[in-house]
Design a protein around this ligand. Structure first.
Ligand code: ZN
Length: 264
């Protein structure tokens, strides 16, 4: 009876071990964190972390030896194999909120971190006329040190790429790049899909979509997915990001950064 028990425990242990093995890449990984807003007044929700949460999280990343990198570092790695620092981590912010400059940037400078912001031209234009300061304006963008903050594309007006034809996607990327160039905003060939959405289920549509990104000059594109990315990247145009939500606890954050979302 005892032998059966020991055997059962051993088998269960082995199955769990293998399961964990396949659910998480074994070798070096790239972690990409996805943030949106950072509040200076303690407000938090799924899109908003507080300034305190952000400093707490970034101090943890520093203690654990993660090296924040910029889009251009990853572009050079993908294009030419230029090595990345140990435990690379990409901190990304979507939509270009004003607080990225007012609240996040001082924390970033203080903790010597690096961040990457995905911009939406129609939101930047909105900021020219609105006085509420929801989004960054061009002056904010130009004030941030380019060796600490880089920019990528997040579509022209935040339409879901799942709903656009390949021709419309390519036109949208062209228009976004043209606008940023005309306004003198430097950006890397990196794109985050609005809502994390892209043609996924239909194999032909999916293949055409990836080809379209390639032909549009994108070197890296980002979905959500909540997983770590095994290195070297197998799919640089489908990099997974970890969704950092202000209503999650610090323990949730640590768990997500360590392993990504558990498969089971
Ligand atoms: Zn967005």
């Amino acid at each position: 009876m005892m032998y059966w028990y020991i055997l059962m425990v051993a088998v269960l242990g082995l199955v769990t071990f293998l399961f964990i093995k396949v659910s998480r890449p074994a070798g070096p990984c790239l972690r990409v964190l996805m943030y949106h807003k950072v509040s200076g007044n303690g407000e938090r929700d799924f899109l908003t972390v507080t300034a305190d949460q952000l400093s707490h999280q970034w101090k943890y990343l520093k203690r654990e030896g993660y090296s924040p990198i910029l889009f251009s570092d990853l572009v050079k790695f993908v294009r030419m194999g230029t090595p990345l620092p140990p435990r690379p981590i990409l901190l990304t912010f979507d939509d270009g909120y004003k607080d990225n400059f007012e609240v996040m940037y001082p924390i970033l400078q203080h903790l010597e971190m690096k961040a990457n912001i995905f911009l939406v031209p129609s939101y930047l234009q909105q900021q020219r006329t609105a006085s509420d300061g929801t989004y960054l304006d061009l002056a904010d963008i130009k004030k941030m040190n380019p060796s600490l903050v880089e920019y990528g594309l997040h579509s022209y007006d935040h339409k879901s790429y799942k709903k656009l034809s390949p021709a419309e996607v390519s036109e949208d990327i062209r228009k976004t790049g043209d606008w940023l160039r005309a306004e003198g905003v430097p950006f890397q060939p990196c794109l985050a899909f609005p809502y994390g959405a892209y043609p996924k289920k239909n194999p032909l549509k999916h293949k055409t979509f990836i080809e379209t990104l390639n032909l549009s000059g994108m070197v890296l594109a980002f979905r959500i997915g909540n997983r770590l990315n095994a290195m070297p990247l197998k799919k640089p145009l489908l990099v997974q990001r970890l969704d950092i939500r202000g209503d999650d606890s610090f323990e949730d954050f640590v768990k997500l950064v360590k392993k990504g979302k558990a498969v089971f």
